[in-house]
Design a protein around this ligand. Structure first.
Ligand SMILES: Nc1nc2c(ncn2[C@@H]2O[C@H](COP(=O)(O)OP(=O)(O)O)[C@@H](O)[C@H]2O)c(=O)[nH]1
Ligand SMILES: Nc1ncnc2c1ncn2[C@@H]1O[C@H](COP(=O)(O)OP(=O)(O)O)[C@@H](O)[C@H]1O
Length: 424
């Protein structure tokens, strides 16, 4: 039977003087873990749903601080060793630096929630994906068992913008105008490529220029959100390229080809997809030649590929918007208009948790996708809330990268079982 936090696991709880002892039974096997209930008690009404969805917690004081989470016939063991998690499958994504004293909770969508003890609120939430669509896809591609890390981020992020179109249509020109007019609003995802730099191109600014063997290794190591072979060279978007821009609070722009756009569509990245068309094929050819950055042979190759890209770009279901770049200023105004209406339709919840000097001591789960985080101060002497409620009902994105959309509330006891719950 599926519960809101995962497949129902038979368990029994017996109170001890040190807290609760949780015994999980699963297909005849016994798994034991200590549930730490220390520090301030949670308000009673929030505790009344400890009904089979208890977090498996571990004690940071103990030498053996690992957790086991069972999903179907597999047991996932996360260890608190200094060098991160010890996992036998292929591990994709960035791992948390320290796992000492973490707690785990199996969620119902193929993810394990991991909360690191004694870490600030904005750096304690992680997800280990074990059976999400992304992980299933990677298992097929790599032919091995796969798990993928993703960092939990409180609040929403602006949707990345994917811009595609044939070579010479004006993608770079439009993106440059946008970045120049709104430098604090938009950030460019710097791709990796094996092609040689053009005269005015800078490494790390226009592209990360790299060798094929290095890029292929990084692709195998799961560092790329997408990659494609375009006009005979390898191009790819690293997970960190997108996340670095989004983490800085900016809206990330990806200039990628149609194959890349298709891969991003299939990924967990929730983006808006825009295809730029030329007014005619002749005009495209003229612009490409006038740019003067390619040899005649390269121009011919780009023009051959452009026909297929134009067909693909117009195929239904891939792009949300098609813009014709005839007059540059008109096209730019249309681009700004559609981005503004998309921004208005997606109001963002972006709390500032950075100045909140609280350290999470442990978590508890409730039945309705709410998790209680008990916190202590980090010793500044300033009075801060000690109980937070995390709402994980609207998660966005995911591994490999960041899982966003976590909502957080402070829980303040007003006495007599009454609590004030306020969104941060
Ligand atoms: N899939 C994918 N395509 C990319 C990436 N970066 C650039 N491209 C595409 O690669 C193609 C060639 O780019 P480039 O060599 O800069 O030439 P240009 O498009 O003529 O300026 C363009 O269609 C880009 O959109 C990437 O990270 N992934
Ligand atoms: N609307 C337009 N009208 C005329 N020339 C344009 C227009 N948009 C872009 N260009 C020019 O066309 C060339 C190709 O544009 P670019 O932005 O490099 O294309 P892409 O990034 O799609 O390959 C550049 O020399 C640019 O100045």
């Amino acid at each position: 039977m599926d519960g809101p936090f995962g497949r129902h696991q038979k368990h029994q709880i017996s109170k001890t003087s040190h807290g609760s002892r949780l015994v999980l039974r699963f297909r005849g096997r016994l798994v034991e873990a200590r549930l730490i209930l220390m520090g301030e008690e949670a308000p009673e009404h929030l505790l009344n749903s400890l009904d089979g969805h208890l977090p498996v917690a571990c004690d940071s004081e103990s030498k053996d601080y690992q957790t086991s989470t069972i999903v179907d016939d597999k047991t996932y063991v996360v260890e608190g060793s200094e060098d991160g998690g010890k996992l036998i499958p292929t591990v994709l994504g960035m791992k948390p630096v320290q796992l000492k004293g973490h707690s785990t909770l199996l969620l119902n969508n193929g993810r394990i929630l991991i909360v690191k003890k004694d870490y600030p609120l904005d750096d304690c939430i992680w997800f280990l994906e074990v059976d999400t669509p992304f992980v299933k896809e990677q298992k097929k591609i790599l032919g091995t068992e796969v798990v993928a890390w993703s960092k939990g981020v409180i609040g929403s992020a602006p949707k990345p913008i994917v811009i595609s179109g044939p070579s010479g249509v004006g993608k770079g020109t439009l993106i440059n105008k946008l970045m120049k007019e709104f430098p604090s609003k938009y950030g460019f995802s710097v791709s990796h490529t094996t092609r040689a730099p053009r005269e005015k191109e800078l490494d790390g600014v226009h592209y990360h220029f790299t060798e094929r063997s290095l890029m292929e290794k990084d692709i195998r190591d799961g560092k790329f959100l997408e990659f494609a072979s375009v006009h005979g060279n390898l191009y790819g978007t690293s997970i960190e390229a997108v996340e670095a821009v989004t983490d800085s609070g900016k809206r990330c722009i990806l200039d990628i080809d149609v194959q890349g756009a298709r891969s991003v569509r299939a990924s967990s990245l929730d983006a808006i997809f825009i295809f730029i068309c030329p007014p005619s094929f002749e005009e495209l050819e003229e612009r490409l030649r006038a740019r003067g950055t390619e040899t005649e042979e390269q121009v011919q190759k780009r023009l051959r590929n452009a026909r297929a890209e134009l067909d693909e770009g117009r195929s239904p279901g891939l792009f949300d918007h098609i813009l014709v770049n005839d007059d540059l200023e008109t096209c730019y105004e249309n681009l700004k208009k559609l981005l503004a209406s998309d921004e208005n339709a997606n109001t963002l919840y972006q709390p500032t948790t950075k100045n909140l000097k609280v350290h999470v001591s442990h978590m508890e789960s409730r039945a309705d996708q709410k998790i209680l985080l008990h916190c202590g101060t980090s010793g500044t002497g300033v009075k801060v809330p000690s109980l937070f409620m995390l709402d994980i009902s609207s998660l966005k994105g995911g591994a490999p990268g960041r899982t966003r959309g976590l909502n957080v509330y402070t829980v303040e006891s007003l006495g007599d079982g009454v609590n004030r719950i306020k969104q941060l």
